[in-house]
Design a protein around this ligand. Structure first.
Ligand SMILES: *Cc1c(COP(=O)(O)O)cnc(C)c1O
Length: 402
C-alpha cells in the first residue's frame, strides 16, 4: 500500500513542519501531583484532577466493589440490557447534587455534548456559540445541521447582535446559546448572570458546560451556576466526571422531559455500550465527596494554591484552577515546556488546534493535592527560567499582531 503510506507521511510531515506534532507520553504512576513520566519523576501541573480525587481511596473502593458485584463489563447499551444499578445510582446522585429534576450520565463529556445538541436541534434551529467553546460542542454543532453563529469570547454585545438577528430570522425554530462556565484553555469565567438575562430577553435556551466548574465553585461545589445563583434558569447543565469529580464520564442535568428526550434521541447515548460499572460507581463516590465536607476542605486547599502562585508570580492571574501562561509561538511553547520538564516540572504546551494559531501557551493547572513544597518548587522553576516575563512578552506580540 505505497500510496496510503506516502499520503499519511505527507500529512505527518506537514504537522511536524508547523511545530504541531503530538505524541503520547506514557505515565507509569497514578494521576497524582507527583508522576513518573517516561522514566522521569515530575511534579504534575497538567492534570484536570483539581481536587486530587482520581487516586482517592473512596473512589477506588467504590470501583472495586462495583466490579465484584456487577462485573467488569456492562454487556450492552443502556437501552438494551446494560442499564445497571451503578448507572442509575450515578444519575440519581447527579440530579440530587445539582438539584435538578433529573440527570443522565454519558460515557464522556464529549459524548454528552454531541448527543445532547444533536438531539435538541436540527436545520430549522439556530445554535449560538462562544468563540472559545470546547471542540466537543463545535463538533456537535456541525453534526446537528443547525444554523451556526459564533460570538466573540464573553462579549455580550456581540451575542446580543446575534440574538437580534436570530429573532428576525427564525421561523418557529429554537435558538440555543452554548457557553462554558470556566473556559478550559484560558481559565476565565463566563458572565452567567448576564447571559441568563440576555437569553431570557430573546427567548433563547442556554446550555452551560461546567467541565471545569463542577466541584470547584458554589457553596456546595455544584459549579459557577450555583455561585451566581442562576442554576434554575439554565435549561441544560452539562458537566464532566473526569475532572474535579475524579472518575470518567459526562452528564446532563435538567428537567425530566429533557432527560427523557435524551434517552430517546441522543445517539451517543443510545448507540454506545454503557460505561463499565466501575466507572459509574467511582463517579458516584466522586460526586458524594465533592458535595460534602471533604469537597469543601479540598476546595480551600486548591484556592490557597492558586492564590499562592498568582501572588508569587504577578504576571499570572486566574479566576479558576487553570492558569494559562501565554507564549504565542508554537515551537517556543514546546521548547519552554521541554526545559521545564527536564527540571522536573510538567506543564504541557497547548497548541493549535486546541487554541488558535499563534496563541500557544503553557496550561498550568493546580490541584488540592499539591503540597506547599510542590508549589514552592513550581514557583522557583518558573522564576529561574524566566517563563512568566517571557510569556508576557508573547502576549504583547500577539496583541499587536491581531
Ligand atoms: C474535557 C472537556 C469536555 C469533554 O469531556 P470528556 O469527559 O473529557 O470527554 C467537554 N467540555 C469541556 C469544556 C472540557 O474541558
Amino acid at each position: 500500500m505505497p500510496g496510503f503510506a506516502r499520503k499519511l507521511e505527507e500529512k505527518l510531515e506537514a504537522i511536524r513542519k508547523a511545530g504541531l506534532y503530538r505524541s503520547l507520553r506514557r505515565l507509569n504512576s497514578p494521576q497524582t501531583s507527583r508522576i513518573e513520566c517516561e522514566g522521569q519523576r515530575c511534579l504534575n501541573f497538567s492534570s484536570n484532577d483539581y481536587l486530587g480525587l482520581a487516586d482517592h481511596p473512596a473512589l477506588k473502593e467504590a470501583a472495586i466493589k462495583a466490579i465484584e458485584k456487577f462485573g467488569a463489563g456492562s454487556g450492552a447499551s443502556r437501552l438494551i440490557c446494560g442499564s445497571l444499578g451503578p448507572h442509575h445510582e450515578l444519575d440519581e446522585t447527579l440530579a440530587e447534587f445539582k438539584r435538578t429534576e433529573a440527570a443522565l450520565s454519558f460515557s464522556s463529556g464529549y459524548a454528552a455534548a454531541v448527543g445532547t445538541i444533536t438531539a435538541l436541534l436540527d436545520k430549522n434551529d439556530v445554535l449560538v456559540l462562544d468563540k472559545l467553546v470546547h471542540a466537543s460542542i463545535v463538533d456537535a454543532a456541525r453534526l446537528s445541521g443547525a444554523k451556526l453563529r459564533v460570538f466573540a469570547h464573553n462579549d455580550l454585545e456581540s451575542l446580543e447582535q446575534i440574538l437580534q438577528w436570530a429573532q428576525r430570522e427564525r421561523s418557529g425554530g429554537t435558538v440555543l446559546v452554548v457557553v462554558e462556565s470556566v473556559y478550559s484553555m484560558d481559565g476565565d469565567l463566563a458572565p452567567l448572570r448576564e447571559l441568563v438575562r440576555l437569553k431570557e430577553r430573546y427567548g433563547a435556551w442556554l446550555m452551560v458546560d461546567e467541565a471545569h466548574g463542577t466541584g470547584l465553585f458554589g457553596a456546595h461545589g455544584r459549579g459557577v451556576a450555583e455561585q451566581e445563583g442562576v442554576a434554575d434558569a439554565i435549561e441544560i447543565q452539562m458537566g464532566t466526571v473526569g475532572k474535579a469529580l475524579g472518575a470518567a464520564g459526562g452528564y446532563i442535568c435538567g428537567s425530566r422531559a429533557l432527560i427523557d428526550l435524551l434517552v430517546n434521541r441522543a445517539r451517543s447515548f443510545i448507540f454506545s455500550t454503557a460505561p463499565v460499572p466501575a466507572a459509574a460507581a467511582s463517579a458516584t463516590a466522586g460526586v458524594r465527596l465533592v458535595s460534602g465536607e471533604e469537597g469543601e476542605k479540598r476546595r480551600q486547599l486548591l484556592w490557597k494554591n492558586v492564590r499562592r502562585v498568582t501572588e508569587e508570580l504577578p504576571g499570572l492571574s486566574s479566576s479558576s484552577a487553570i492558569i494559562p501562561i501565554l507564549v504565542g509561538d508554537e515551537r517556543q511553547a514546546v521548547e519552554t515546556a521541554g526545559s521545564l520538564r527536564q527540571n522536573g516540572i510538567f506543564i504541557p504546551a497547548v497548541r493549535y488546534p486546541t487554541v488558535a494559531r499563534g496563541q500557544a501557551r503553557l496550561r498550568l493547572t493546580l490541584s488540592a493535592s499539591h503540597s506547599e513544597q510542590d508549589i514552592a518548587e513550581l514557583v522557583r522553576a518558573l522564576k529561574t527560567q524566566n517563563v512568566v516575563s517571557h510569556a508576557r512578552h508573547g502576549e504583547i506580540v500577539n496583541k499587536t499582531m491581531s
